[in-house]
Every structure is written in C-alpha cells, then in structure tokens.
Design a binder for this molecule. Structure first.
Ligand code: G4P
Length: 539
C-alpha cells in the first residue's frame, strides 16, 4: 500500500502513547477520568456513572473488578488534546497483575507515575517504576491529593530520589496543602495558578497571576508568598535541572503537583505533557531498529482479552502499531505461523464504547476481533520481517489443579482455560505423561487464579474447584548447547516435578527457593530461566 510519507510522518509525530503507573488508591482512575474530560472524551467527569459506581471509572470492565474494587483488565482509551492523539493504556495497579502491566508497558512510549502526597512511594510504585526503567520508558511524576495533608514537597521529592534513584525536577511547585492548599507555581512560565475549591466533578476555577502581582500576596498571604519565593530560590539554586534530553533518557523525572479529584493541576499538566511525552520511537527487531515512520505496516499483540463485552462473547487482541499505516480490511501476515489474516473488524476504544477504525497509524492501539488465531507477542506485518521482541512469560509462583464439579462440563472448561491462558492471565501446564485429566494452572499472582475461577463460572458456566499444589517457584530449563533436555532422567533422579508449557517447553517446579538453588547447583550444564519469549525454543 502506498502511503504518502509526509502524511505518515505527520500522523506518527502527533501520536502520544502512554500509561499511568501507581499503587492502588493513589488516584489513577480519577486522573484517567479527568484526562479524558480535558480530552473532550467525556463531557462531565464524575457524571459518567452514578457516584458509587464512579469508584470504578469507565475503564473497568469486569464484574470482579467491581466486586473487589480493583482494576484487573488493561484497557485502552483515546483522546485528542492540542492537536495530538493520545492513547492511554490503563494498567491494573494490583500486585498480582504485574505481568499484565509489564506487557502493557511494552506498548507504551511514556509513563505517568502517580504518587499520593500522603503515602509517598509505595511498593507497587517501586515495582512498576523498575519495569519502566528496565524498558527505558521516560517517566513524568504527578503528585496527587494536594487537597489533603501529606508529606512536605521537598521531603517527598527526596523520598522519590532515595527510593527510586531518579532525580526529580519539579516543573510546578505547590503552596500549602490540605485545607491550606493555595495552588501551584509554574516554574517555566513563572505564573501562579490559584486553587479554588469547587463542587465535586466540575472544573476548578483557576486564576493565573504572576509572582510580583500585589493581588497574589493578598490572596495567599504574605507568609505563604515568602515561603514560596524562598523555596523557588532554593530549587533554582540547588535543584536538579530539567532537560528534555535527560528526561527522555530516564535520567530525570519532571514533577507536577495537583489534585485529580478537584481537577486542579490536571489541565496545566496535560498542556505540558503534550510536549513531554515522546511520539512513537524506533522498536527493536532482530537487533536492528524499525523506524515508526517506515511505510510498511507492522505491530505486535500485547494483550488478549476474551469476553470483554459479555453480550458479544468475543475475544479481542490488542495490537500496538509500530510502523506504517493501518487500513480497515487490510491483509497482514501473522509471522509466527505464516498465516494471512484479514483485519476486517478493527476497533478503537473509548472506555466501554467501541468504534470501528478506518485507519490508524504507528503508535495507535488497535483492538482486533480474533476468533482464536492470535497469541500474546505475535507480530503482524504487511510483509515478512523479523518478529518484535519483548513480551516474555514469567515463571509462575502459584499452582493449582483444576477439578470439575460437573464432569459433563469438561469441554467448556477446556475452552475457557485455553482462552484465558491465551490472554496471559494464567499459564496452562501439561503433564508430561498425561496421567491426570484435571488440568494444572500456573500464575504469577494468586489473585489471577481467583479471577480465572470467577470468570470460568461467569463466562463459561463452569464451577471449578482448585486444589493448590505445594510449589512456589518454577524455572524453564534448557541445555546450554540447545539440545533437548532429558526431562525424564532429571525428574527421576531428583523426584522433582516438571510440566510442559503451551509451547511444549519443560517447566520445573520447586517447593521452595532452597530446593531450586540446590537443583540448579547440581546441574551447572543447564540453563534455568525465569522468563521466556513466546515462540522461542530458548530464553
Ligand atoms: P486508583 O484508581 O489509583 O485505585 O484510585 P482512585 O482514582 O479510585 O482513587 C482512590 C481514592 O482517592 C478515591 O476515594 C478517590 O476519590 C480519591 N482521590 C483521587 N484523587 C484525589 C484527590 O486529588 N484528592 C483527594 N482528597 N482524594 C482523591 P474513595 O473514597 O476510595 O472513593 P470515592 O468515594 O471518592 O469514589
């Protein structure tokens, strides 16, 4: 397909694909909603659903999320702002879904790290931050809930620097907090934005004044103004310098302060974020770099979700476009199998709304209706090329044998488990000798197992009982020279359990860390790996 290079470059340059990372309860759902509001995607944030339901913003899909008040699924939302097209990838905050989040971050070009001013850096923040770092994703920080009492801003930034090891460069600076929160000073434009409490859900009124205007002193008081001036002088003098280059390299994080719930600081954040968040960058394929502006269409599947809409009983694969232009109905190749697929029903998402897409560009996320062909990590491309890297499966830490209440439901169970395993929620493991009919599942987090049990019932009508197996660790085992591993001999000698993953690779299970280490030490000739790439014989 011929693509006008100028149009392609223009469209790619205006794409912004990012994710928000945070510990649960920091306000991710609230911020998402407000960003969509400013992007014009929702007209009145908070009015999307009734007050109680708005605890679960428009991106939460599944019943279990509502019951538990956690965000399980990763969804994608799009909005426009200031001439740019944003793709916001929602990530589950719960620890047990970090694998899902990890895959989602593979599709993001930038991350917003949301921190609760009272709680500071929390465990899940640390985990997700590390993933972003590992992937080289630049991070913008938003300190939320300034309308509540919390840590002093300087102390908080020090905590971020100490715990996460990234220098902070505040681009806005708050005056007061909690009841005495007065607003934020924008260091780049040297303007002060005043905070005025408004009715919940409405845009906060903002007055913009310069530091030297007498009206400011009158409004925030002589003491607060002096304090602000002192802190700004300190930051100008001794603070970290912000440069775009250092930010893109992940060497500094620009910091904003605000209150998502009160809509305060969100708009100036978004206005600046447009220029901070980089457009799609080159992706690694087989050691080389693929330019997002190259005309041939390509992308990779980073998430699969079955029954996203229970009324439709469908399965959607999420594809991150990495180069070229997508056109509805176009024929692409699935590189893993060599199969040709016609992408007739591409979708984009606005929370629960789906719209059919006529065209999309590098950086965009497409939802593809999938009858069961696609897998996480699959590369789809217009022409033959090497596959994209970077969506590994992690070794599970929880194992269960699934028993059926009603043996007549075995077919539904198989279907359900194979679909849910394709989604990457759990790993379906096969016994080598196939003595047992009851399947075994492995998961990185226990909650994933519970979600699968819940979804088997809700979506497939299968009542499944779970028998927990005593293992806590697993490793894929490969021979260093690439030859097949003699699994039978190894398991017999050490009375160790080994299952096969969906690709037939041996996964050894251990009851504890000590047993794993002992086994590894006994076999220096073997390679023990905790994460594997799909479609590869090796790690
Ligand atoms: P999450 O997705 O990161 O888990 O957080 P979520 O947005 O659901 O927010 C968690 C709680 O924090 C919610 O309160 C939300 O209203 C509140 N919150 C979010 N932003 C701010 C803020 O800027 N200031 C203050 N004071 N609170 C904020 P909740 O009581 O759990 O739910 P709800 O009754 O408000 O719906």
């Amino acid at each position: 397909m011929s693509v006008d290079q100028q149009t392609l470059t223009r469209e790619v340059e205006r794409r912004r694909t990012f994710a928000i990372i945070s510990h649960p309860d920091a306000g991710k759902t609230t911020l998402t909603e407000k960003l969509l509001l400013y992007g014009g995607a929702i007209h009145l944030a908070g009015s999307v659903k009734a007050r109680r339901a708005s605890r679960h913003a428009t991106s939460d899909w599944m019943a279990i999320e509502k019951e538990r008040g956690i965000s399980v699924a990763t969804s994608v939302m799009q909005f426009e702002h200031d001439g740019c097209r944003f793709n916001l990838l929602d990530t589950p905050g719960h620890n047990d879904f970090s694998e899902d989040t990890y895959r989602t971050l593979a599709a993001a070009d930038c991350a917003v790290m949301l921190i609760d001013v009272a709680k500071g850096v929390e465990p899940q923040t640390i985990k997700l931050f590390k993933v972003c770092r590992f992937r080289g994703i630049p991070i913008v920080t938003f300190v939320n809930k300034m309308d509540r009492e919390g840590k002093a801003p300087l102390e908080l930034l020090d905590e971020v620097e100490q715990v996460l090891g990234i220098p902070c460069a505040p681009l806005t600076w708050p005056v007061g907090m909690g009841k005495s929160f007065q607003g934020v000073y924008q260091r780049e434009s040297k303007r002060f934005l005043r905070f005025e409490r408004e009715e919940r859900g409405k845009r906060a009124a903002m007055e913009v004044v310069s530091l030297d205007e007498p009206a400011l002193e009158e409004a925030i008081g002589t003491g607060s103004l002096k304090h602000l001036k002192d802190e700004i002088a300190l930051l100008d003098d001794a603070g970290n310098r912000f440069t775009e280059d250092a930010f893109l390299k992940g060497e500094v994080t620009p910091v904003f302060f605000g209150s998502a719930m009160n809509n305060f600081g969100v708009e100036p954040f978004l206005d600046r974020f447009v220029s901070l968040c980089p457009p799609p960058h080159a992706r690694k394929v087989d050691g080389a770099e693929l330019d997002p502006r190259s005309p041939t269409f390509s992308g990779f599947v980073f998430k699969i979700q079955a029954n996203m809409d229970p009324r439709h009983r469908d399965r959607i694969a999420f594809l991150r476009i990495c180069s070229g232009r997508f056109e509805k109905g176009m024929e692409v190749k699935q590189l893993r199998t060599g199969k040709k697929l016609s992408l007739d029903r591409p979708m984009m998402f606005l929370a629960q709304e789906r719209t059919t897409v006529e065209e999309a560009w590098s950086g965009d996320i497409l939802g593809l209706w999938d009858p069961g062909n696609l897998r996480i990590g699959d590369t789809l491309a217009e022409k033959d090329m090497p596959s994209f890297e970077g969506i590994p499966s992690f070794s599970p830490e929880h194992f269960v044998r699934v028993r059926l209440g009603d043996p007549l439901k075995r077919k539904q169970l198989q279907k359900g488990l194979s679909q849910l395993a394709d989604e990457g929620a759990v790993q379906l493991l096969k016994e080598r000798d196939e003595l047992f009919v009851d399947p075994v599942l492995g998961a990185v987090g226990w909650l994933q197992v519970e979600v699968v049990q819940h979804r088997l019932k809700a979506e497939y009508g299968v009542e499944a009982k779970l028998d927990r197996l005593p293992y806590t660790q697993a490793r894929w085992v490969f021979a260093t020279d690439g030859s097949p591993v003699d699994v039978a001999a190894l398991t017999k000698a050490a009375s160790i359990e080994c299952f096969l993953d969906v690709e037939g690779r041996p996964l050894f299970l251990f009851e504890n860390d000590w047993m794993r280490r002992r086994f590894e030490e006994k076999h220096p000739d073997l390679l023990f790996v905790a994460a594997v790439q799909p479609g590869r014989a090796k790690a």
